[in-house]
Every structure is written in structure tokens, then in C-alpha cells.
Design a protein around this ligand. Structure first.
Ligand code: GDD
Ligand code: MG
Length: 360
């Protein structure tokens, strides 16, 4: 049986208004902490033992997921004293693995929403006889990722993390953040200091002649590194575009969690989720957005592609488009907030204080 390591130690700073007290993997997407989707997908692929490598706000994971039995998993947690980087985090949890040296171990970045066929990645790893296999995906702009060119057989020829110059952009294939490592390769990562698997381990293995195999496909894939991506991912889960057995309800245009209160004439579309105890007032329109637990949307608000934090309040007739409203923030009536604006947790915007369109 394959076991897995889940890397969830990053700070996810760009979602800060929402993540002041919650690490990004625990922000709800389609009604459950984002990480639940990854855990449930791994379980569905036959993984039963998962070790979570944590550092930032580590204390929130275990109280929520416990020993993992609710998800049919055996979950363990290892917390770094100081962040060890992706490679250091992998090495740091090696002692918890049950696998023998030649066994495959799955490793997942904790901030990816993907339709990856996990079993197919393991099968590719076995048939190619690789030391490490990587899931690859193609993106339009690869600069924010690890570039992974391969030869005609899918064998990895280089690994270029976050290329800085145009000459370094040699492919549109990027590291999709899911790997299979032979257990023995994990044991070669140095201990006791930060190591980047992308900047140190992969280039080092390639230089030493190791066999790294790429599996490129065109399945659903999204890095949730930005608030906009997070909103998109939540909506895609609700719409069923991003497959997850953990969506609490049927997929469709909207997901209204039990105990939410939605006015009968409110229009919820585009994969909008309304969290528990949230209140959505009359005549509101909410498209492609996530309204988290206990938030209040007053009558007549128009909301698109936005994230409304837990317990936040959006005033009557206020317009939000591409906005992130932090937990507990209050946006008064008749505001207009657009284009990547982030309102900090607990902040207050008075009525009619911010507009983009002309005043009437
Ligand atoms: N435990 C632990 N400790 N986890 C960490 C640490 C650490 O010190 N640093 C990062 N992580 C976790 C993050 O929480 C995340 O789940 C994962 O490792 C990747 O780190 P990010 O900080 O999100 O990296 P990135 O998004 O810039 O780039 C990575 O992902 C891309 C795909 O989304 C790289 O792996 C790229 O090569 C890849 O293309
Ligand atoms: Mg990331």
C-alpha cells in the first residue's frame, strides 16, 4: 500500500486577510477545509497512511483532522521547529514512513487542487523504473513555477525553479506538485537544515544521473497561491469541474450548507458556496464566490468572484468584484470594491466610502 507525505508548512501570505488565524490549507473551499479535498482524493486512490509535514500555525491541523479515521486514513503530524523547506520537510518525516527502501512514497504540495490520477502516477513510476516521478502540467505562463523539460520518453532533463530570464523558459511543462519518490531517495536528503526539493534535491539528483520521470497530462490543475485562484478553485469544486469526493453535497451552480439562511429571491450562481450559519439577504446576486461561515450579506448586494471571510458583513447594495474580505470585516452599505482588493480581518469600511464608478 502506498503512503503519502503532505507538505502544509508554507505561510500562504497572499491570503493573509483570511489566514491570520488559519493556515491556507484550512480555509474552506466548497464548504470544507481545503486540505480535506486532497486527503479524500488520496484515500480514494488507495492511500491509507499520510504524514503531514507542518510548520506555520501547525496547531490547527490535528484538532480538526485528528487521527484521520473519519476519512478512513491513518494521519500523523510532524511539526518543524523552524521551517525546513520542501525537501527538509520531506526528510524530517521519513522516520514515520512504513515503506521499505524500494517502495514508492507519494508526496503532495498542500496547496494544489487537481484531478490527478494518483494511481496512474504510481503506475508510471513502476513501469519506468524511475527513482522519482513527477506529475507535470502545462500552463500559459510558467514563470511562477518549476519548469520541467522532458525528452521523448518522458524522462526529465532539467529542473528550473522560478526561471528569472527569458532564456530559462525552455518549456511550458511545470512541476504540478505531486511526486512519487523511492523511499531510499528520501533518505539521501540531508537532515537538520532547510532544503528545497525544487532548487537543491531535483537538480542534484539529475546531476548525479538519477532517473526522474515526468507524467504530463491535461487534467484539472490549479495552484491556490493567490486569493483569485482560491475563489476559482472553490467554485470549480462546487461546479464539479474539480473532482473531489469531499464536497459536502451535490455539485451544481451553488452549494448552500445546512444552517445557512438564503432569501428565496437571492440568485446564487457559478459555483457559489454559502457556509454554515451565513445569511444572504433579499435581492442579492452572488456569482462564483465563497461566503464563509457566519458571514452576512445584506439585501441588494452584488458579489462576483470574491471571498467573504467568516463572520464578515457586506452592507446593502455593496458591489464586490474580485475582492477578499477578511474574517470579521465589516463593509458598509453602498461601497464598490474591485480587482484584487483585500480587506483585512476585522477592518471596517463606512457606508458609501469607496467607489469606482461615477457617483450618482
Ligand atoms: N512542512 C513544510 N515546511 N512545508 C513547506 C515549507 C516548509 O518549510 N515550505 C513550503 N511548504 C509547502 C507549502 O505549504 C506548499 O504546500 C508546498 O510546500 C509548496 O510550497 P509553496 O511555497 O506553495 O511553493 P510554490 O507554490 O511557490 O512552488 C511549488 O509549487 C509549484 C506548483 O504549485 C514548487 O514545487 C514548484 O516547482 C511548483 O511548480
Ligand atoms: Mg504553492
Amino acid at each position: 500500500m502506498t503512503e503519502a507525505i503532505l507538505l502544509v508548512g508554507g505561510k500562504g501570505t497572499r491570503l493573509r486577510p483570511l489566514t491570520a488565524h488559519t493556515p491556507k490549507p484550512m480555509v474552506p473551499a466548497a464548504g470544507v477545509p481545503f486540505l480535506t479535498h486532497q486527503l479524500a482524493r488520496a484515500r480514494a486512490a488507495g492511500v491509507t497512511h499520510i504524514v503531514m509535514a507542518t510548520s506555520y500555525l501547525a496547531e490547527v491541523f490535528e484538532p480538526h483532522f485528528g487521527d484521520g479515521s473519519e476519512l478512513g486514513l491513518h494521519l500523523e503530524y510532524v511539526t518543524e521547529d523552524e521551517p525546513l523547506g520542501t525537501g527538509g520537510a520531506i526528510r524530517n518525516v521519513a522516520g514515520r514512513l512504513h515503506s521499505a527502501p524500494g517502495d514508492p512514497v507519494l508526496i503532495f504540495n498542500g496547496d494544489i487542487l487537481t484531478g490527478l490520477d494518483i494511481k496512474a502516477l504510481v503506475a508510471t513510476h513502476r513501469t519506468s523504473g524511475a527513482d522519482v516521478s513527477l506529475h507535470l502540467t502545462r500552463v500559459e505562463d510558467p514563470r511562477a513555477f518549476g519548469l520541467v523539460p522532458t525528452d521523448g520518453t518522458g524522462r526529465v532533463t532539467a529542473f528550473l525553479e522560478k526561471p528569472q530570464t527569458p532564456e530559462e523558459i525552455v518549456t511550458d511543462q511545470i512541476n504540478a506538485g505531486a511526486y512519487v519518490f523511492n523511499r531510499s531517495v528520501i533518505d539521501t536528503i540531508p537532515t537538520g537544515r532547510p532544503v528545497s526539493v525544487e532548487r537543491e534535491t531535483f537538480p542534484g539528483l539529475l546531476a548525479a544521473g538519477a532517473h526522474l520521470q515526468g507524467m504530463v497530462d491535461s487534467t484539472y490543475w490549479l495552484d491556490l497561491g493567490t486569493p483569485q485562484a482560491f475563489v476559482r478553485g472553490s467554485a470549480d469544486l462546487v461546479l464539479g469541474r474539480a473532482p473531489s469526493p469531499a464536497v459536502p453535497g451535490r455539485c451544481g451552480d451553488r452549494l448552500v450548507l445546512e444552517s445557512a439562511e438564503v432569501a428565496p429571491d437571492a440568485k446564487l450562481t457559478g459555483g457559489t458556496v454559502v457556509g454554515p450559519r451565513a445569511v444572504v439577504g433579499a435581492g442579492t446576486r452572488i456569482d462564483g464566490s465563497a461566503v464563509l461561515e457566519g458571514a452576512v450579506i445584506e439585501p441588494g448586494a452584488r458579489i462576483r468572484d470574491s471571498l467573504i471571510g467568516a463572520g464578515a458583513r457586506i452592507g446593502a447594495r455593496t458591489v464586490l468584484d474580485g475582492a477578499v474580505i477578511g474574517d470579521g470585516a465589516v463593509v458598509g452599505p453602498d461601497n464598490e470594491l474591485r480587482d484584487g482588493i483585500r480587506i483585512w480581518c476585522g477592518a471596517e469600511i463606512p457606508a458609501g466610502a469607496v467607489r469606482f464608478s461615477s457617483d450618482q
